[in-house]
Design a protein around this ligand. Structure first.
Ligand code: AMP
Length: 217
């Protein structure tokens, strides 16, 4: 049972890779972005607090995010975990270490996906997902095979994230540089950081991540 973190700027493909790794390696995917979007859809108090902040592309407060993670970790049991989009600040990384320490666990490896940021705005702005099975698509790089129909489940409804527009993406990248890049050194200092080339094909990135993860499982 090992614990991993996927690091990298918005749009580098963390969510897609974490989803695939969780399915094939039996890891639980813990994505704070997904948890927050669910809270917004459920109209919970946290969701109401987070919605506007997220739409602007700013970071939700460390207090809210840490409380969500503490609740999630209580229900995880013995499976390994892959965190995606979390932690995003030094205080979050410190809280995570403390939360894991309380249950005798620790982060085994932080995997950074390195990308050329010039491509990120275009990558993010064209994203959409199937509303039924969540399969991810892109207007230019991965359109559906049949127009308006999901390749996997034939669903015909699709959704786009409220923060996947050029304005919010710029703000999300700014937040990444101001607050999140510091955690790369946090894990490097602890000798827990590994890097993969996030510009390679999706299958290659997956293979690179999988081969590192396998050494811990
Ligand atoms: P993501 O799905 O990871 O791209 O996250 C979408 C948005 O949710 C971010 O732009 C933030 O507003 C918020 N969010 C997700 N995870 C975190 C986190 N760990 N800390 C603060 N805000 C977060």
């Amino acid at each position: 049972m090992a614990y991993f973190i996927l690091l990298g700027p918005p749009g580098c493909g963390k969510g897609t890779q974490a989803r695939r790794l969780s399915q094939s390696m039996g890891l639980i995917q813990v994505s704070t972005g997904d948890i927050l979007r669910q809270a917004i859809a459920d109209k919970t108090k946290t969701g109401l607090q987070a919605a506007e902040v997220m739409e602007r592309g700013d970071l939700v407060s460390d207090e809210i995010v840490t409380a969500l993670i503490a609740e999630k970790l209580e229900n995880i049991g013995e499976q390994g975990v892959i965190f995606d989009g979390y932690p995003r600040t030094i205080p979050q990384a410190e809280s995570l270490d403390q939360l894991l320490e309380k249950c005798g666990r620790a982060i085994d490896c932080a995997l950074e996906m390195t990308v050329n940021e010039a491509i990120l705005i275009e990558r993010i702005s064209g994203r959409f997902t199937c509303a039924d099975c969540n399969e991810g698509y892109h207007d230019k790089f991965k359109p559906t095979k049949v127009d308006g129909q999901c390749d996997l489940c034939s669903g015909q409804e699709f959704k786009r994230r409220a923060d996947d527009n050029a304005e919010s993406v710029k703000q999300r990248l700014l937040e990444y540089h101001q607050k999140t890049t510091a955690i790369i050194s946090y894990y490097q200092d602890r000798k827990l950081l590994r890097r993969v080339d996030g510009m390679a094909s999706m299958d290659q990135v997956y293979a690179d991540l999988e081969s590192i993860i396998k050494t811990y499982c």
